[in-house]
Design a protein. Structure first.
Lengths: 217, 217
DNA sequence: AGGCGTCTCGAACGTTCGTTCGACAAATGT
DNA sequence: ACATTTGTCGAACGAACGTTCGAGACGCCT
């Protein structure tokens, strides 16, 4: 009498566990390089048992990408509510993106790295979310650009370069060593808006020290 | 008597053809997703015949990554000769990178996308070149940063963000539609140094057209 | 002519792949 | 009590995988 909706709640949690674990396997070995047996081993679910939760391997990847991307986009929409100042909206875009990147590195790596791995039943759906996400970012940028833009800056290139900075982080960011989400967001937003050079009109001939920390990795 | 070096010159050209074609296949299907039979079909060389030119599939990927990366690094070193002004050196770094990206999209995609696909006999060698390349970029950046840096900018993050902007281009750049190498380089360098906002001290409500501040370029 | 590297390939090797099948236990509905 | 749904799995399927082998064709030296 209490349960009017016949959703098997036990199963939903297990699906989430499979999605999380499969993301880790895909992140490590790549989609094509990871086998169903790898995922079976990592999740503890038998090889045949996996197919109760999705139709095939591609569908599993689609489930990961779709839920991840949908969450990121919806989370951003929530954060943007009631915020109308363009610079703050940009900051929230970057913060939302980076925060999810650092808290769910496997899912985000699969999302970034396995963009083209999906066939056309599933691929188009993920592409649709990506287009909405890009359009939202483009809107935010355009409202910033409305107050003036540096010369030689194409809006499309600017936005895609911003995504380049953000999406590249999964290749180098080491938790505990590199800055956390807040600091990384401030750095990227600052770089995007003002560049690395100080904004003062006369930057030449300043002999400051302290930029010798070598960390090639 | 004339030939002291027993290099089979006929074979070298064919190896290059295999490397070029295999790059295309790897770029389209990914390293793990591409089969030796795919490469055999694309190159016109029989399946067994391929193994005359390399030991195994990983070695083939290594050959592609090593020659590509070595060429890019050496090409940059050549361009940097005799140029000592830090901003111009930065511009040459970006130009060299972007030019090769747009003229050899397959090879560069394989280089960027298949970073971790190489096992440890080969993987370490490519990593070594990458470290040298990063160190060179870091040097260039540090000499620019010596004249002052915007607040909240970590050198490591700045350089890696620059690589993020550059390496992300293969995901979106469409030849003929998007700007060519020269224009793209100018956009990225401008964004990296000064950001997207106009550099004047009063960014709000300025209806000026071009910039007039003393900026030698 | 004959021997020898260089180059090429069809055919096959053993392994691993994604996916399916049928059986079965436990919960659920009636 | 029984029928049905939900969840799980061992075993097997054919296909595709990376790699090897032995044989043969070609050009070059003596």
């Amino acid at each position: 009498m209490v349960s009017s909706i016949p959703i098997p709640r036990d199963s939903e949690a297990k699906l989430q566990h499979i999605l999380r674990t499969a993301s880790q396997v895909f992140a490590q070995r790549g989609f094509a390089g990871a086998s169903m047996r790898d995922i079976s081993r990592a999740t503890g679910v038998s090889l045949a048992g996996l197919y109760y939760y999705f139709e095939n391997k591609q569908h599993l990847l689609y489930l990961i990408q779709n839920t991840t991307f949908t969450f990121v986009l919806e989370s951003l929409r929530l954060r943007l509510r009631g915020v109308h100042e363009p610079p703050e909206r940009l900051r929230l875009l970057v913060l939302n993106h980076i925060e999810y990147f650092l808290s769910h590195p496997n899912e985000m790596k699969v999302l970034s790295h396995e963009e083209d791995a999906l066939g056309d039943p599933y691929g188009e759906k993920v592409q649709a979310i990506k287009r909405r996400y890009y359009a939202l970012a483009r809107e935010i940028f355009d409202s910033i650009a409305a107050e003036g833009l540096a010369p030689q800056i194409h809006p499309r290139i600017a936005v895609l370069s911003l995504f380049g900075m953000m999406n590249w982080t999964y290749k180098w960011h080491k938790p505990g060593v590199d800055p956390d989400a807040a600091e990384l967001t401030a750095a990227i937003v600052g770089l995007f808006l003002h560049g690395v050079l100080p904004s003062g009109p006369e930057p030449k001939h300043m002999f400051r020290e302290g930029i010798t920390a070598g960390d090639p990795r």
